[in-house]
Design a protein around this ligand. Structure first.
Ligand code: SF4
Ligand code: SF4
Ligand code: SF4
Length: 243
């Protein structure tokens, strides 16, 4: 495991008085811009060495999240099966650590040699594979037949387990397609664009949910005001004028 940051031991933390830290102490401990920039640039350099299939076999949702975990010392260099030994060696050289075998918990070394193919006559158009594909390599609309753009397929296999009718198989990658190393920057930008799009969709959904809650509260407040007015009017009517 990489150790890029020193974490205080539990016992050393226990020995300290339990006074809350002052604002200036907190500001002293906050990472400065320079260290944030360093971590970002290290993550970018690590990311440049990764295959970009976005297959998640490393245990992270994509290559960049794995690169960020490596940059902050919370991941190891031997977790990428598509990259295999070559990637482990490149990461070890960049980070100045010893090489080690691929961690079997992440799978076996798997060169990028295949692409997905949908048996279109069996496809029921459920759209699940589109949602699973990290590089937008599947086109189709709900309830319509789907198909794979072979050149864009990164061989991640993520569409296979989600298909309810098992109509997706992996077939050998044609030599006519661009080399995976040529495709890597495209896969990276497709994945990044998808992440940003999903974050925007999620933010819009959250905003709509929030507005619904606000509207419901306003309606409730208005109902309470109307009810209070009705009760005041009834009370006035029930008071008999003094004769
Ligand atoms: S290629 Fe797959 S296993 Fe390797 S870093 Fe990218 S997402 Fe992780
Ligand atoms: S089509 Fe399937 S195997 Fe190809 S990139 Fe998309 S999810 Fe991965
Ligand atoms: S998951 Fe399978 S059935 Fe559903 S749209 Fe994709 S290929 Fe068709």
């Amino acid at each position: 495991m990489l150790k890029l940051a020193t974490v205080p031991s539990v016992s050393s933390m226990r020995d300290k008085p339990s006074q809350p830290p002052s604002r200036s102490q907190l500001l002293d401990k906050a990472p400065d811009n320079a260290s944030v920039q360093h971590a970002n640039s290290l993550a970018a350099r690590i990311d440049a060495l990764l295959p970009q299939t976005q297959c998640a076999r490393c245990g992270y949702p994509g290559c960049r999240p794995y690169a960020e975990a490596l940059a902050n010392g919370s991941a190891d260099i031997n977790q990428c099966p598509p990259g295999g030994e070559a990637t482990i060696e490149a990461l070890a050289a960049l980070l100045g650590v010893a090489t080690k075998p691929l961690n079997p918990a992440n799978g076996v070394e798997a060169a990028i040699f295949s692409v997905a193919l949908i048996a279109e006559q069996d496809c029921i158009g459920c759209f699940k594979c589109v949602l699973a594909c990290p590089v937008d390599a599947i086109v189709g609309a709900p309830k319509l037949m789907h198909t794979v753009i072979a050149a864009q397929c990164s061989s991640c296999d993520l569409c296979l387990p989600v298909c309810p009718v098992d109509c997706i198989t992996m077939i050998p990658r044609s030599n006519a397609l661009p080399e995976p190393s040529v495709m890597a920057p495209r896969w990276r930008s497709l994945f990044d664009a998808q992440q940003q799009r999903r974050a925007r969709d999620e933010a819009a959904l959250e905003s709509a949910r929030r507005q619904q809650r606000v509207d419901a509260l306003k309606t409730r407040a208005s109902d309470i005001n109307i009810q209070a007015s009705i009760e005041r009017a009834r009370a006035r009517r029930s008071i008999k004028p003094a004769s």
